[in-house]
Ligand binder design. Structure first.
Ligand code: SF4
Ligand SMILES: [Mg+2]
Length: 447
């Protein structure tokens, strides 16, 4: 199965950039393993290669510069059966060196593909930790002075299980990527690439010169270490029993007293429900979704939350997509929202209107909000009296509780019971009040 959704020429990379070639090889190598999209998670770093996840049809995760290794290791620990692949550049390896070293040391079962083009491409061709001696970059116009970071040797001496290096221009790179994917334990492949926008023109780098460079630096191509050829050592991550409950890492499992308390609060829920809470910064949108998600998890359900807000977090829209399901959530995007809670024009604009909502969707909207035509059923609530009753910061949670009950996804008594039993933290009392008020709204205080 080909997980790549976009032909190389339609990708965002500069003409001749090696990134597209590596992605094609990676997709082919994953396809050869027979793994399905839901069995693969691609974790991307920052930089040009950090855009790669948009071209793949599988689980993806995109995070901060140099931190992709940590996200990947976390995902692998929770879902050890999943193939977790990191796409990181040479810049990311420099920024996240400690993560790389310790993931190798722990033999985390992740597969790291380093797209190494010897410079920071996305930001204008600055030198990176792998820039070769005398390499010309925008920050080393007279040539780099330092010896480059040997990524392969570093992870090898720190416990990696499989280490290889190769050229993106050599067709055998696909075989090396495949071997890395199939290797048990921590695998890394250092793929030397051409950045045709910056490093290539400044250094007259060509595919044959990549090979010469490898010889000159004594950084050979090929498989450099394969633990399966020597004494085997089982990785803790693969040998460890599944976390309890199976979808949670140990440190996120409900405390023992909460599990015991589930005996008298039963959350009966449809198989999969998709919710969007949309408003503005400061309306506690994310907290509302998070509170309901945590109650669901405490009650033995599965929940996934995705937030959307501008980088300037204290202004503009705030959206939370929340999925609650009775089975593990393989895909955390919203396909068919059944409930939309709308608190402000910012949220409405970010949603792009309501016309695309399915007809069986329920929209819960503040009464002062002018709404465009919607095929969905629209329920109004008066935000001002609600704010006076529960506090302005709890209006979103009340509205969400109201919507859940109106949607008949949960019995109001069960939702109140869940809040009283499992709400916690600094805002416990406020959350309980908000849920109580929201479920009371469903009993007739609708305007
Ligand atoms: S700047 Fe360099 S690494 Fe980035 S897309 Fe262009 S050629 Fe590729
Ligand atoms: Mg780079």
């Amino acid at each position: 199965m080909n997980l790549l959704t976009t032909p190389r020429n339609d990708m965002c990379y500069c003409p001749g950039c090696s990134h597209g070639m590596v992605l094609e090889r990676l997709a082919a190598a994953i396809g050869a393993t027979g793994r399905r999209p839901e069995q693969v998670c691609l974790v991307s770093d920052i930089g040009c290669i950090g855009t790669a996840d948009r071209y793949f049809e599988c689980h993806t995760f995109h995070g901060l510069h140099g931190r992709s290794i940590t996200y990947a290791e976390g995902i692998k620990r929770v879902r050890p059966e999943m193939t977790v692949v990191v796409l990181i550049g040479d810049g990311g390896c420099g920024i996240g060196t400690a993560h790389l070293v310790h993931a190798a040391r722990r033999r985390a079962g992740i597969k790291v593909i380093v797209c190494n083009n010897f410079n920071f491409g996305m930001t204008g061709g600055q030198h990176s930790p792998t820039t070769p001696p005398a390499g010309h970059t925008s920050t080393t116009p007279d040539g780099a002075a330092d010896y480059p970071f040997d990524i392969c040797e570093t992870v090898r001496v720190n416990g990696a299980d499989f280490v290889a290096r190769g050229s993106a221009l050599d067709p055998s790179i696909g075989t090396l990527i495949g071997a890395a994917l199939n290797a048990p334990g921590f695998a890394l492949i250092d793929v030397w690439e051409l950045c045709t926008a910056y490093y290539v023109p400044s250094n007259k780098l060509t595919p044959p010169r990549l090979v010469e460079l490898s010889q000159r630096l004594n950084m050979p191509f090929g498989v450099l270490f394969d633990r399966t050829c020597g004494p085997k050592s089982l990785r803790a991550a693969e040998a460890a029993p599944a976390a309890t409950p199976s979808h949670l890492p140990h440190d996120q499992a409900p405390p023992a007293e909460s599990q015991a308390a589930t005996a008298d609060v039963v959350l009966s829920w449809p198989e999969r429900t998709e919710i969007c809470v949309a408003g503005s910064a400061g309306q506690h949108i994310r907290s509302a979704a998070g509170t309901i998600g945590k109650l669901a998890v405490a009650g033995g359900l599965f929940a996934a939350q995705q937030d959307d807000f501008p980088i300037t977090v204290r202004r503009g829209h705030s959206l939370s997509n929340l999925i609650i399901a009775t089975t593990p959530i393989e895909y955390a995007g919203l396909d068919r929202p059944g409930l939309v809670v709308l608190l402000s024009r910012d949220g409405l604009e970010r949603l792009g209107g309501l016309a695309e909502l399915p007809a069986d969707c329920v929209v819960v909207a503040a009464s002062e909000l002018a709404l465009p035509p919607a095929p969905a059923r629209v329920l109004r609530f008066d935000a001002e009296p609600l704010a006076r009753a529960v506090g302005r910061a709890s209006v979103a949670l009340s509205a969400l509780a109201f919507g859940l009950v109106e949607k008949e996804w949960i019995d109001p008594a069960a939702l109140r019971g869940a809040a009283h039993r499992w709400a916690g933290g600094e805002y416990k009392d406020a959350d309980i009040r908000a849920v109580d008020a929201g479920t009371a709204l469903s009993r007739g205080a609708v305007t």
